[in-house]
Design a binder for this molecule. Structure first.
Ligand SMILES: [Zn+2]
Length: 1094
């Protein structure tokens, strides 16, 4: 179909439906054969209502004279009306001024709570000044102050990094819970780990850091502050000083008047002279502080009033900073849900900061890509590189080109420009998009990226309306939407040939370990049914994907499963040094045609190897074989490798056990993350050239060198799954769930992604699971809907406020049906000349995503300690720049955080404490390598919950209320021993049971009569017929459904030894591995900032 005709014979956006109904997701994440009804994306829902409201006067939409009837039945019940209510209003907000789309204030519990019982209502601040507009309120709230000591803190101030709790008793005592697979041989960390003198400070900065060299980074820092952030070390003080306690500021730290508005409640006799004052102040960018505003704050009365500690009140140490008084992730998340969760996010306005990833919201595409596809660290970019360097805020976008959408939102429309292909700028090759400017009556267009004037091809010509807009703008996705697809012509195909559909090859380790654990039998049984659920497209009855099978130990076995055969035939290749594919015909087959032979094969494999004694395996030759098979078949595809052990058999890519925990905290620690053989990079390069993506399922009983084995999956856009000490009875649910999802998920092959930007900035750095052979093209042998590519931008020229900055991400890929397509995402950002505008439009969750990826890549080349120091320094510089340039003048002793970034310290501390950057004794080298590569392609929602886990109290809300309860902060203080809690971080799931939980609750949930009878480490709750049991199991199912990997449940009893494992996830507390508590880290950060400012 060609939509280039001036009078489109199809409805607006009417495209051949099968083309883009393609993202058939009916069975996503579900079980094969589940009853979930197929919900192909409604072809016409989503964007259409918005367009109906906004065509220019006098322009009627193209008649729906032909083509498929609108798929109105596919529309969600709330589609039209819900959107319709908000569309115009939002658009009429006009161009963003950088002020109006502020995240709403209200997340200041320490201010609003005392003032009025209604939290989250900006209006409570009105008595303090002229009736504020929403922007003014935002401005008033935009600065948060936490006052500390005015005078330079004495060295002995003892900011918190106390010596770590002794690990001696804990190390090695964890059962093989499957958490990350802690092996019995776990070792205690080197004793010197916690001693600041154990290691000389290393200040070598990773090469990446040089990209942000601000004056501040080279500024004077006191030696005691620049030391390594070693576990157990005090900042600026002797390690023995007051662990976990914060030095109190002297009374004069509180500016005059701060006590005027003290909250009701008990007077703070113990703390009044010691608690930091909390102030809300007007954002400095709005001019000098007005008198009244400095009075908002009040000394916080301390936990006695606001603390939610369960049980009898515990007397706090007198100098303790109240955890309730520092910015709470829970509060910020709740406020955003309340403020932004009810209305669709309409993308028509440039530079809007989207709702948080933790907020459920619908997106209405009106010209910018949905935040599900692109999230930015800031939606307002400094105009100059000097400003950017001053602020140190990384400018980055986290892009998820094939993101899955909720059923209410339409998949991108597919545009077919026929043989001429997509319309592009002649100079910079950017694709036609809503920001292109048509001129000369529509005969030409000016490129929004490079300003080149291009001719409009005759078949694409259309008249302009009085505003200069093409009259068909709203009928063409590429002129009105942020995201859409083009059908690619043969010019976009390898060797100028249209691709043939991809293939899946299942490659199964049949060595002794794989057979004995039950894996081989389980997997073969599952594949028999799973093969019916290969990704399909366009409502096709069956998948176009062909399949093949290989088993291996020290040698490889190929199978001929040609449909004409009565029985499968095996061919053994024992020369693994020179891998070839022994058969072409009959290796890759259509599932339905060869079903009988395939079933027979899958029945026979477990029997054939049941008595194997072979323990050695090869690895690289297996990948080589799969890649060669795809090459011979001239198609792209995916290898599913199921592998159990370190490949020590004599073959290319043979590995040795080089695990050495003694390297932790040394200069050689980075080698633990590096591959031990260069052969895998070479192999990966070949795979990428062939469009061969590798997904790796690991089932190790001991060290397998994940760092090396994951190189090929990582560079080919694949996934790695790890099931340590796999046992069918314990782990089959998790494995099968992951496998089903992985096999069924939609994936694009042989992809190339390019990010273009308007003049002034350019993409300079990339993070994710992909390969790059030049500096601009991200090559992905495969790309699925879970994977993100993070792109960092740098200035190469001046930007201006009027034009803003544009991004265009173009992904060329082969669909699972073999169609070559281009997916385009566009995003327009604001530009600013005032730093305050930058700080008002940042997204901390995205910043953390970027910073974690930056750090996790840094450990490959720099000592971990250096990486941590770099993160801390950058965070301090970001906040110091705000303090200096944006906050209104105030006492130097006050910590002032930008509203948008007030969670930066707590989240950054979580990154610093993560197993990659500060491993506990129970974390293996493989765990760290595994997490490192997982985080590399995580999206913002995943990193958010991964670094700051969600802790849900289950028994506080009424039993009838089955909705997800409000989370509480991840700290032991928040746990009541009379309740049970769920904790999840996207990979792990715990059910924590307090020792004093009512007997009835225990009976209802666990089916036993007392706490002592609950099995510690239980992974499956009994199915009991009562409300509480149903509610708890329902919540667990709900959490699992939200995540891309199955989370195995672990029941943890209070005071049980498993609790150590659980406590690792209480990230606001000091960690066993020496990670700082939130309170301590905030104080440390404050100190760093003051150093930078002094
Ligand atoms: Zn251009």
């Amino acid at each position: 179909m060609n939509v280039n005709q001036s009078a489109p014979p199809v409805p607006p956006f009417g495209q051949p439906q099968p083309v883009y109904a393609g993202y058939h997701q009916s069975s996503y994440g579900g079980q094969p054969g589940s009853t979930a009804a197929p919900t192909p994306y409604g072809a016409y829902n989503g964007p259409v209502p918005g367009y109906q409201q906004t065509p220019p006067p006098g322009v009627s939409r193209a008649p729906a004279s032909s083509g498929a009837p609108p798929a109105s039945t596919a529309q969600g019940p709330c589609g039209q009306t819900a959107y319709g209510q908000f569309g115009q209003g939002d658009v009429q907000n006009g161009p963003s001024s950088g002020v109006q789309m502020q995240r709403l204030p209200g997340s200041q519990p320490f201010a609003s709570a005392p003032l009025a019982p209604v939290v989250s209502q900006p209006a409570v601040l009105q008595p303090y000044g002229p009736p504020p507009t929403s922007a003014q309120v935002t401005a008033q709230l935009a600065g948060m102050q936490i006052s500390g000591a005015v005078a330079p803190a004495p060295p002995a101030s003892g900011l918190g990094y106390g010596p770590p709790t002794s690990l001696a008793s804990a190390s090695g005592s964890f059962p093989n819970s499957g958490l990350y697979g802690s092996y019995p041989q776990g070792q205690a960390p080197p004793l010197g780990q916690g001693h600041p003198g154990a290691q000389p400070p290393q200040r070598s900065v990773p090469p990446q850091a040089s990209s942000f060299t601000s004056p501040a980074s080279g500024g004077p820092r006191m030696p005691s502050m620049t030391g390594p952030l070693l576990p157990g070390q005090s900042f600026g003080g002797p390690p023995v000083s007051q662990p976990n306690h914060v030095s109190s500021p002297p009374p004069q730290a509180l500016p005059p008047g701060t006590q005027m508005t003290g909250p009701p409640g008990p007077p703070p006799p113990m703390h009044s002279s010691q608690q930091p004052g909390y102030q809300l102040q007007q954002n400095g960018s709005f001019g000098p502080a007005r008198g009244p505003q400095s009075n908002y704050g009040s000394p916080y009365p301390g936990a006695a009033t606001f603390g939610s500690q369960p049980g009898p009140p515990q007397p706090l140490p007198p100098k303790r900073l109240d955890p309730d008084a520092i910015p709470s992730p829970i509060q910020v998340i709740e406020d955003d849900r309340n403020n932004r969760g009810s209305e669709p996010f309409v993308t028509g306005v440039r530079g809007q900061v989207p709702p948080l990833v933790t907020t459920n919201f619908l997106v209405k595409d009106q010209g910018n890509a949905s935040p599900r596809y692109i999230r930015c660290t800031s939606y307002n970019i400094p105009c100059t590189s000097d400003m950017a360097k001053q602020a140190q805020v990384p400018l980055a976008a986290v892009i998820k080109p094939l993101a899955r959408l909720p059923p209410e939102e339409a998949s991108p429309y597919v545009v077919d420009h026929g043989e001429s292909g997509p319309l592009r700028c002649n100079r910079c090759k950017a694709y036609m998009c809503p920001f292109m400017q048509f001129v000369e009556g529509g005969r030409r267009f000016q490129c929004c990226f490079c300003s080149c004037i291009n001719d409009v091809p005759p078949q694409y010509f259309q008249h302009l309306d009085h505003t200069g807009k093409r009259v068909d703008a709203y009928d063409r996705p590429e002129l009105s939407l942020g995201s859409y697809e083009f059908l690619a012509t043969v010019d976009y195909c390898k060797n100028n040939k249209f691709p043939i559909p991809p293939a899946f090859i299942f490659m199964i380790d049949v060595s002794y370990n794989a057979v004995r654990s039950g894996l081989v039998r389980l997997l073969c049984e599952e594949l028999k049914s799973l093969l019916d659920f290969l990704p399909r497209e366009g409502g096709a009855e069956e998948s176009a994907i062909r399949v093949g099978f290989v088993t291996y130990n020290k040698v490889l076995h190929f199978y001929n499963v040609k449909s004409s055969l009565a029985q499968p035939q095996m061919m053994v290749v024992s020369d693994v040094g020179d891998m070839f594919v022994p058969l072409l015909d009959g290796f890759l087959v259509n599932v339905s045609e060869s079903r009988a032979v395939i079933t027979s094969l899958l029945d026979q494999i477990p029997e054939m190897f049941a008595d194997t004694r072979e323990t050695e395996t090869v690895f690289a030759p297996v990948i080589q074989a799969g890649m060669e098979a795809l090459k011979a078949a001239e198609c792209a595809g995916k290898l599913f490798l199921f592998h159990t052990s370190l490949p020590i058999a004599e073959a290319p890519g043979k590995l040795k056990n080089r695990d050495d925990r003694k390297l932790i905290n040394t200069d050689k620690e980075k080698t633990l993350f590096q591959p031990q053989s260069g052969a895998y990079q070479t192999l990966a390069k070949e795979c990428v050239a062939q469009g061969c993506c590798v997904d790796l399922f690991l089932f190790p009983n001991q060290y397998v060198d994940v760092a090396t084995l994951s190189v090929v999956p990582q560079l080919t856009g694949g996934s790695v799954y790890k099931y340590a000490c796999f046992q069918v009875e314990n782990d089959q649910e998790r494995f099968l769930s992951d496998l089903r999802r992985d096999v069924q998920k939609v994936v694009g092959f042989d992809a190339v992604m390019r990010v273009r930007t308007s003049t002034g900035i350019r993409a300079v750095d990339f993070f994710g699971a992909f390969y790059m052979s030049n500096t601009t093209d991200v090559e992905l042998a495969g790309l699925d809907g879970d994977k993100t590519v993070t792109v960092e931008f740098k200035h190469d020229d001046r930007l201006n406020e009027e034009n803003g900055a544009l991004l265009q991400c173009a992904l060329l890929y082969t669909s699972c049906a073999g169609q070559r397509r281009l997916r385009i995402h566009n995003l327009a950002l604001n530009c600013c000349t005032q730093l305050a505008d930058l700080y008002r439009n940042c997204e901390t969750d995205t910043l953390i995503n970027y910073m974690a990826k930056f750090a996790y890549r840094g450990v490959l080349s720099s000592p971990v300690k250096t990486v941590r120091d770099t993160l801390i320094t950058q965070c301090a510089q970001i906040l110091a720049c705000y303090r200096k340039n944006c906050a209104s003048p105030s006492s130097a002793g006050q910590l002032i955080l930008p509203e948008c970034m007030k969670l930066l310290p707590v989240y950054l501390n979580c990154v610093l404490k993560s197993e990659v950057l500060q491993p506990g004794a129970e974390v293996t080298t493989d765990d760290r390598a595994y997490v490192r590569q997982l985080v590399t392609s995580m999206d913002v929602a995943e990193t958010n919950v991964f670094f700051y886990p969600r802790l849900l109290p289950l028994t506080k809300s009424p039993i009838e209320n089955t909705t997800e309860p409000p989370a509480v902060r991840a700290s032991e203080e928040r746990l009541s021993n009379g309740d049970i809690y769920l904790l999840e971080n996207g990979l792990n799931l715990f059910l924590w049971v307090g020792a004093s939980v009512q007997q009835g609750v225990v009976q209802s949930v666990f089916g036993v009569s007392s706490f002592s009878q609950i099995t510690s480490g239980l992974s499956v709750l009994p199915v009991l017929d009562n409300l509480l049991s149903k509610k708890v199991r329902g919540l667990i199912d709900g959490l699992r459904a939200q995540r891309s990997r199955y989370m195995k449940l672990i029941v943890v009893k209070q005071e049980d030894k498993l609790e150590m494992l659980f406590k690792h996830f209480l990230v606001e507390d000091k960690s066993l591995s020496g990670g700082a508590s939130y309170v301590d880290f905030l104080c440390h950060m404050h100190k760093e900032i003051r150093q930078l400012l002094s």
